[in-house]
Design a protein around this ligand. Structure first.
Ligand code: TGC
Ligand code: FAD
Length: 392
């Protein structure tokens, strides 16, 4: 990939709304991405390999459990710092951000919120340091948007539970040390179980042949009569609301992450348009390219303000699930539209791995689908404003 010359746009001086701590956290992540992610990411995406050696650095910048208390190894930061971290990491690559958001919001968060003290002490410090990698198993082959229909189930047998079923499309699955798995008890109630790698009957085959999120490892979780010690059940909450509350946290992070992608695409397109000469002048001097660039910075600015305000509400404990859905949906669609326009600004060069845009564009096809599809988030907003459920 060509040298990472990224300069972050801040058209409405949003930096002035951030604290010194926010800026420190963000700038450290920004430098780390420039130094460690940008030089290697194209090769990993081309080869469909996850750069596992980046895990240590992710832990060092506080990307694993940013808002988990320091007593459990987390960074003890607020929600805006968490968002800024996701923004910077996703500016590098959505797949790397996936690893961080799964680890933080979908693995550490449920263990912290719904786990026993023994589970917190056993898992959280190792997850925070990157010694352990986790994954989150909700989606099944026949139940994606509708996880309440899941068929993965467990029953009691002596001092153990016996778990059977299958999960699909699971980020980090092929190498995760621990999986947070959502399964039904005999009464049909959903619970979270901690399934450790190496448990007999538990397999994690990798999913190949992806055109998107290629630098992230995706896999299945297969359970055949897996014996789960009773102390591995998350005791603090059951029902679908438990996994959905984890999704709220991850979706919030994605709302920020998508801004990182959009900023990267805009910045690349702006620089290219100023340098590329056609018809004896920079293409940035043409009205058509200015329209693209002006619309990009307008949409980025709107998304930045949405994310920042959501962060404030989240810090105050006032952000609703529906508000999070709106921001995830809007910001990912915004980034996808910008990636597509920015790719065109670069002409033929835009399709090469010398620039990040096409990789971002392909990654966003996953981001717009996972953590609730674009349609599902619209229906959540629709239900919130009308009080009427259009899912079923
Ligand atoms: P519904 O009847 O509406 O709700 C069931 C219970 O859950 C509560 N609830 C929530 N709680 C917390 N946070 C939320 N966002 C919640 N939404 C609903 C609700 O109050 C109710 O509680 P209770 O106590 O009354 O039982 O459930 P439903 O079956 O009608 O489904 C609603 C729907 C469609 C919105 C939900 O199923 C949904 O969000 N579907 C999308 C599935 C999804 O997002 N899957 C993501 C899988 S994980 C993933 O993609 C990780 S990718 C990670 C990466 O690599 O970055
Ligand atoms: P479906 O639910 O089958 O949806 C297909 C289409 O139908 C979509 O366009 C959808 O919007 C639409 N649709 C569905 N229901 C309705 C409705 N009621 N009204 C109108 N339209 C509707 N899951 C995990 O549990 N953990 C992970 O770590 C994880 N990582 C992922 C990584 C990647 C790369 C990908 C691609 C997915 C990942 N997922 C993960 C799964 C992801 O959350 C699901 O793909 C997503 O929730 C959609 O489910 P589905 O693919 O089964 O699509």
């Amino acid at each position: 990939m060509s040298q990472d010359l990224f300069i972050a746009p801040d058209y409405y001086q949003i930096d002035a709304l951030l604290t010194e701590e926010h800026l420190l956290v963000r700038d450290a992540a920004r430098s780390w991405v420039k130094k460690e992610v940008s030089p290697v990411i194209n090769e990993h995406a081309q080869n469909a390999t996850f750069p596992k050696y980046l895990v240590k650095g992710l832990a060092e910048i506080g990307a694993f459990g940013p808002y988990i208390p320091e007593t459990y190894g987390g960074a003890g930061l607020d929600q805006i710092s968490y968002g800024l971290l996701m923004q910077e990491i996703e500016r590098g690559d959505s797949g790397i951000r996936s690893t961080a958001s799964v680890q933080s919001s979908l693995v550490m968060f449920p263990i912290w919120k719904y786990g026993s003290e023994a589970q917190r002490e056993k898992y959280l410090p190792k997850l925070a340091s990157g010694e352990f990698i986790g994954c989150f198993g909700l989606t099944e082959p026949d139940h994606g948007s509708n996880p309440s229909g899941m068929t993965t189930h467990f029953r009691e047998e002596g001092d153990h539970y016996i778990l059977n079923g299958a999960k699909m499309w699971i980020s980090n699955a092929p190498f995760a040390d621990v999986a947070v798995v959502w399964a039904k008890d005999p009464s049909g109630r959903i619970h979270g179980l901690l399934v450790d790698r190496g448990m007999e009957g538990f397999e994690t085959p990798e999913t190949h042949n992806k055109w998107s999120l290629r630098a992230s490892a995706t896999g299945e979780l297969l359970f055949k009569d897996v014996k789960i010690p009773k102390e591995n059940l998350l005791p603090g909450r059951s029902g679908l609301g438990a996994p959905l509350s984890c999704l709220d946290s991850a979706r919030y992070g994605i709302a920020w992450g998508a801004i990182g992608v959009a900023m990267d695409c805009y910045d690349t397109a702006l620089r290219y348009a100023k340098e590329r000469i056609q018809f004896d002048k920079p293409i940035a001097g043409t009205q058509l390219q200015q329209k693209k660039l002006a619309e990009m910075i307008t949409e980025i600015t709107k998304a930045q303000l949405l994310a920042w305000r959501l962060g404030v509400l989240k810090n105050e404990g006032k952000a609703s699930s529906a508000q999070i859905s709106m921001a995830k949906r809007n910001n990912v669609a915004m980034a996808a539209a910008i990636a597509r326009e920015a790719r065109q600004v670069l002409g033929g060069m835009g399709i090469t791995g010398d620039y990040s845009i096409m990789r971002h564009m392909m990654n966003l096809e996953s981001v717009i689908t996972y953590e609730g599809t674009h349609d599902i988030h619209l229906l959540i907003t629709g239900m919130d404003i009308t009080g009427l459920n259009a899912f079923k």
